[in-house]
Write a protein that binds this ligand. Structure first.
Ligand SMILES: [Zn+2]
Length: 67
């Protein structure tokens, strides 16, 4: 039996263009709350690990790119 599914991804709003947020290359942690007080999501922190170039928010698909 598979208890974990990927159905969370299907429940999101149909976003056409996920926002791309550029952050300084020295950034090692970003926070995302969806950028909207009502339509957003709980403030969530993500940490860049190793040579990771970008982080994609699991809630709103925003992508934080290190430049
Ligand atoms: Zn987000």
């Amino acid at each position: 039996m598979v208890s974990k599914s990927l159905s969370v991804k299907n429940a999101k709003n149909p976003v056409q263009n996920p926002e791309i947020i550029k952050v300084p290359i020295t950034t090692d942690q970003v926070a995302c709350d969806g950028g909207h007080p009502v339509l957003g999501h709980p403030l969530t922190y993500y940490t860049f690990e190793g040579h990771q170039d970008f982080i994609e928010c699991g809630y709103c698909d925003r992508r934080f790119v290190r430049k």
